[in-house]
Ligand binder design. Structure first.
Ligand SMILES: [Zn+2]
Length: 106
Protein backbone atom coordinates (compact mmCIF):
# COMPACT_ATOMS: atom_id res chain seq x y z
CA UNK A 1 0.00 0.00 0.00
CA UNK A 2 1.20 3.50 -0.79
CA UNK A 3 0.34 7.01 0.28
CA UNK A 4 -0.43 8.96 -2.89
CA UNK A 5 0.53 12.20 -1.15
CA UNK A 6 3.89 11.51 0.43
CA UNK A 7 4.78 8.27 -1.32
CA UNK A 8 5.35 6.26 1.86
CA UNK A 9 4.99 2.53 1.55
CA UNK A 10 2.85 0.61 4.05
CA UNK A 11 2.31 -3.06 4.70
CA UNK A 12 -0.95 -4.75 3.81
CA UNK A 13 -3.62 -3.93 6.35
CA UNK A 14 -2.88 -0.24 6.56
CA UNK A 15 -5.44 2.04 4.97
CA UNK A 16 -4.45 5.49 6.05
CA UNK A 17 -1.10 7.23 5.95
CA UNK A 18 0.17 7.78 9.48
CA UNK A 19 1.97 10.93 8.37
CA UNK A 20 -0.73 12.81 6.53
CA UNK A 21 -3.92 10.81 7.00
CA UNK A 22 -4.45 10.28 3.30
CA UNK A 23 -6.18 7.06 2.21
CA UNK A 24 -3.62 4.59 0.92
CA UNK A 25 -3.75 3.14 -2.55
CA UNK A 26 -2.53 -0.18 -3.94
CA UNK A 27 -0.24 1.29 -6.54
CA UNK A 28 1.37 4.67 -6.95
CA UNK A 29 0.23 6.38 -10.13
CA UNK A 30 2.87 6.33 -12.85
CA UNK A 31 5.38 9.16 -12.78
CA UNK A 32 4.29 12.04 -14.95
CA UNK A 33 6.21 12.03 -18.19
CA UNK A 34 8.42 15.06 -17.96
CA UNK A 35 10.51 14.26 -20.97
CA UNK A 36 9.96 16.40 -24.00
CA UNK A 37 7.84 14.23 -26.19
CA UNK A 38 9.10 13.50 -29.64
CA UNK A 39 7.38 15.66 -32.18
CA UNK A 40 6.67 14.12 -35.52
CA UNK A 41 7.39 16.53 -38.35
CA UNK A 42 6.17 16.11 -41.87
CA UNK A 43 7.38 17.87 -44.97
CA UNK A 44 4.63 19.78 -46.69
CA UNK A 45 6.54 22.08 -49.00
CA UNK A 46 9.97 22.80 -50.36
CA UNK A 47 11.34 25.87 -52.04
CA UNK A 48 14.68 27.42 -52.92
CA UNK A 49 13.33 30.97 -52.96
CA UNK A 50 14.32 33.01 -49.93
CA UNK A 51 11.39 35.36 -50.48
CA UNK A 52 8.95 32.43 -50.30
CA UNK A 53 10.60 31.16 -47.14
CA UNK A 54 10.38 34.55 -45.46
CA UNK A 55 6.76 34.97 -46.52
CA UNK A 56 5.68 31.49 -45.43
CA UNK A 57 7.41 31.96 -42.09
CA UNK A 58 5.57 35.19 -41.40
CA UNK A 59 2.23 33.61 -42.31
CA UNK A 60 2.81 30.48 -40.22
CA UNK A 61 4.00 32.62 -37.32
CA UNK A 62 0.76 34.54 -37.56
CA UNK A 63 -1.24 31.31 -37.60
CA UNK A 64 0.62 29.96 -34.58
CA UNK A 65 1.83 26.91 -36.47
CA UNK A 66 5.01 25.22 -35.33
CA UNK A 67 7.30 24.77 -38.28
CA UNK A 68 10.89 24.15 -39.17
CA UNK A 69 12.68 25.01 -42.37
CA UNK A 70 15.33 22.43 -42.96
CA UNK A 71 18.37 23.59 -44.90
CA UNK A 72 17.27 27.18 -45.22
CA UNK A 73 20.79 28.56 -45.00
CA UNK A 74 21.08 30.94 -47.91
CA UNK A 75 24.65 29.88 -48.61
CA UNK A 76 23.51 26.32 -49.08
CA UNK A 77 20.60 27.27 -51.26
CA UNK A 78 22.67 29.41 -53.56
CA UNK A 79 25.61 27.05 -53.71
CA UNK A 80 23.84 23.79 -54.28
CA UNK A 81 20.53 24.83 -55.73
CA UNK A 82 19.20 22.88 -52.79
CA UNK A 83 15.69 23.18 -51.50
CA UNK A 84 14.66 24.26 -48.07
CA UNK A 85 12.10 21.83 -46.76
CA UNK A 86 9.21 23.11 -44.74
CA UNK A 87 8.43 20.74 -41.90
CA UNK A 88 5.44 21.11 -39.62
CA UNK A 89 4.04 19.07 -36.77
CA UNK A 90 2.06 16.12 -38.07
CA UNK A 91 -1.14 17.23 -36.35
CA UNK A 92 -0.85 20.69 -37.91
CA UNK A 93 0.12 19.51 -41.38
CA UNK A 94 -3.41 19.64 -42.76
CA UNK A 95 -3.95 23.18 -41.54
CA UNK A 96 -0.57 24.32 -42.80
CA UNK A 97 -1.22 22.79 -46.20
CA UNK A 98 -4.57 24.50 -46.33
CA UNK A 99 -2.90 27.84 -45.64
CA UNK A 100 -0.25 27.26 -48.30
CA UNK A 101 -2.95 26.25 -50.75
CA UNK A 102 -4.84 29.45 -50.10
CA UNK A 103 -1.65 31.39 -50.70
CA UNK A 104 -1.13 29.57 -53.97
CA UNK A 105 2.01 27.67 -52.95
CA UNK A 106 0.49 24.23 -53.35
ZN1 LIG B 1 1.06 10.40 3.50
Amino acid sequence: MFCPKCGSEYKEGFYKCSDCGTDLIDQLPPEPDNEVSYVELVEIYSTYRQSDIAFIKSVLDGEGITYFFEGESSIMLVAGGAYARLLVKAEEADRAKEILRELGFL
